[in-house]
Ligand binder design. Structure first.
Ligand code: ZN
Length: 273
């Protein structure tokens, strides 16, 4: 048996033994705010910046789980909504603190992956539309926020880093990079439905899973995809394998987690502070 096979077995064991992590709160740009709601007045319906929010129960409390975008300025914000059929508008205020993210310089050999030519743009523009649509998917199904780790590996590119590709500043990193060998299986961290999948210019082989109420996970640069759009997946189910497709410097899993239409820090879902 080769070392990689041992590693695969080891990974599978870890996945099956790995208890779900408890979601952490962090009121910073790119973080998550837990806003306690009243559980005596009927079903809550709340929004943040006009996007519907995930509502869950924690230790007998009703909580709105609010994704805070990376571009949010520190300051005071509010969520608003109502209970049941009541018309009365309720506002809940909260504060967002500052957070500094570091800068990372990356060299990409395939220059077209940094400065796409016209022919590439014809492919990229419709792909961006599909990605935007998937990122704001919403339905009212129950969401399990206590995730399993999708793979075991070394975290190499932290969420929120400002990135400079071949000397050119690009958008900050919207997910977590996990270094792993090509072929390592990737598990869905919670029950969900596959809402988008395909081979994309920058992201390579890509899968989006909706876990309920706008909680979305994204897996990029895959070697193989083992699910298709419309599939229901179970927590721990293998959805594909690690690869090096799209804009990469080596095999790794790019993993993003979205809430109310914004990508937040995946560390908060796997118990890392
Ligand atoms: Zn990445």
């Amino acid at each position: 048996m080769k070392i990689t096979q041992y590693f695969l077995l080891f990974t599978l064991c870890l996945l099956s033994l790995n208890a779900a992590a408890k979601l952490l709160e962090s009121r910073v740009p790119g973080g998550i705010a837990f806003i306690q709601l009243d559980n005596t007045q009927g079903a809550p319906h709340f929004t943040f910046k006009n996007k519907p929010l995930l509502i869950t129960q924690q230790e007998g409390k009703t909580i709105a789980v609010v994704g805070l975008s990376l571009s949010l300025k520190p300051g005071e914000y509010f969520i608003s909504g109502h209970y049941g059929n009541k018309k009365h508008l309720v506002k809940k205020f909260f504060k967002v603190k500052d957070k500094e993210y570091t800068t990372q310089h990356i060299t990409i050999k395939d220059k077209r992956k940094v400065n796409p030519i016209k022919q590439d743009m014809d492919r990229i523009i419709p792909e961006q539309k599909r990605k935007k649509k998937a990122a704001k998917f919403w339905d009212n199904s129950t969401a399990d926020v206590n995730f399993l780790t999708p793979i075991e590996g070394i975290m190499t590119g932290s969420y929120g880093r400002r990135r400079v590709f071949n000397g050119q500043p690009k958008r900050p990193h919207s997910g977590m990079d996990i270094a792993a060998d090509k072929g390592v299986p990737i598990a869905s961290p919670a029950d969900g439905t596959v809402i988008e999948s395909g081979d994309f210019f920058f992201s390579g082989n890509l899968v989006y899973i909706h876990h309920g109420q706008g909680l979305i996970t994204l897996y990029a640069h895959l070697n193989t995809i083992d699910v298709k759009v419309g599939d229901k997946v179970k927590k721990g189910q293998i959805i594909g394998t690690v690869g090096e497709t799209g804009r990469v410097t080596g095999p790794h899993l790019h993993w993003s987690v979205g809430l109310n239409g914004t990508w937040v820090d995946p560390d908060l879902f796997i118990g890392n502070d």
